[in-house]
Design a protein around this ligand. Structure first.
Ligand code: HEM
Length: 334
């Protein structure tokens, strides 16, 4: 149990750390961390591009891939709508329905001359007209857009208040929000491609855009799961190997209570106890607030590991070898 056998645990630890780096890069961890710190409060710019953190809230409809991001600033709503389509994209607020009826719509497309956004109102369940043709006014205060190979993004600013009878006010509480897009730049065209989405959103409360940009991704691939498994295995084997060698050295002077070894063991036990308390605290709070399963599970695993460490250290450092041997002879399975 001396120097030469430390090579295997060290190699195992090194392998684990290497895999951790590979896994971290494959999950885009550096980019995620940087965007978490740097771009959390990206300034709002009307340029047809949405930087991470530019808008406070985000609703993405997974089926249609339509995305609406927005912030409330003072008496205005700053919004951005994205669609993989290259015709018009639109978002509508309020209205009793059925379908689109009564929605206050911001609709726009992008062509060679730039972005064209309008304030419309759904006059029937399946049709909409410009406010300006209905006796109201066009209340899109500012707008921009960009069409790329990925699709179309339009950004706009509109007042929270209704300025005419064809506007719906944006208020706190549940708002019926619709979104749709088309492959043509004609405002009167139907969403033939089937890209349409409906949601009930509290436009003052979320869902927050930041949730999608956490440090952890939503999905990981099979290869990443394999990397994570090997990483955990190598790290555990390495750490366990080093810890048992260290504990064996502590026990090398049995019964005589090696002062420095015992002090180190007490210090390490104290660290483990703190880790145990922290892990159990996180676990308990996690259960109460229904935190993500990965957090609750990791806290429990850490707690168990810390407990195992405490028991191991206590046994190795403070239970004299004679007692262990005596109890083994008594048939107690130490
Ligand atoms: C002149 C253009 C449009 C026409 C002719 C049209 C027509 C229709 C029709 C016939 C339906 C019912 C069938 C279906 O679900 O596909 C519908 C539903 C829908 N439309 Fe439109 N639409 C137009 C523009 C828009 C715009 C600009 C938006 C977004 C602001 C929109 C959002 C929706 C949504 C979300 C539904 C589904 C509603 C629900 O299931 O409750 N439509 N539309």
């Amino acid at each position: 149990m001396k120097g030469e056998s430390a090579a295997l645990p060290l190699a195992s630890l090194a392998g684990g750390v290497l895999l951790a780096f590979v896994l971290g890069f494959s999950l885009g961890a550096p980019r995620r961390l940087v965007s978490l710190v740097v771009s959390r409060h990206a300034p709002h710019r009307l340029d047809g591009r949405v930087e991470p953190g530019e808008y406070r809230f985000r609703w993405q409809d997974e089926a249609s891939k339509l995305r609406f991001e927005w912030s409330i600033e003072g008496d205005r709503l700053l919004g951005a709508v994205f669609s993989p389509d290259t015709g018009w994209v639109a978002v509508g607020f309020g209205g009793e329905g059925p379908l689109m009826y009564g929605a206050d719509i911001v609709i726009g497309y992008v062509d060679a001359r730039g972005a064209h956004l309008r304030d419309h109102y759904a006059t029937t369940p399946t049709n909409h007209d410009p406010d300006s043709a209905l006796g109201g006014s066009d209340d899109v205060l500012a707008a921009a857009g960009l069409e790329t190979a990925e699709g179309t993004m339009v950004e706009f600013v509109r007042p929270l208040a209704a300025r005419d009878s064809t506007d719906q006010p944006i208020e706190s509480g549940q708002t019926h929000v619709i979104a749709a897009s088309s492959e043509t730049d004609d405002f009167a065209a139907y969403h033939f491609g089937g890209r349409k989405a409906v949601s009930l959103l509290d436009l003052f409360a979320g869902p927050p855009a930041a949730a999608e940009r956490g440090v952890l991704p939503d999905h990981i691939t099979d290869v990443q799961i394999m990397l994570a498994t090997w990483m955990a295995l190598l790290l555990i084997v390495g750490a366990h190997g080093l810890a048992s060698q260290w504990a064996a050295r502590l026990a090398e002077v049995p019964g005589e209570g090696p002062a420095s070894g015992a002090d180190a063991a007490v210090a390490l036990i104290a660290v483990f106890v703190l880790a145990e308390l922290a892990a159990l605290g996180v676990f308990a709070i996690g259960v109460v607030v229904a935190a993500p399963a990965w957090l609750v599970g990791s806290a429990l695993a850490l707690g168990l590991l810390a407990l195992a460490g405490i028991i191991l250290l206590y046994g190795r450092a403070f239970v004299p070898w004679e007692i262990v041997r005596g109890e083994r002879e008594d048939g107690i399975p130490w």
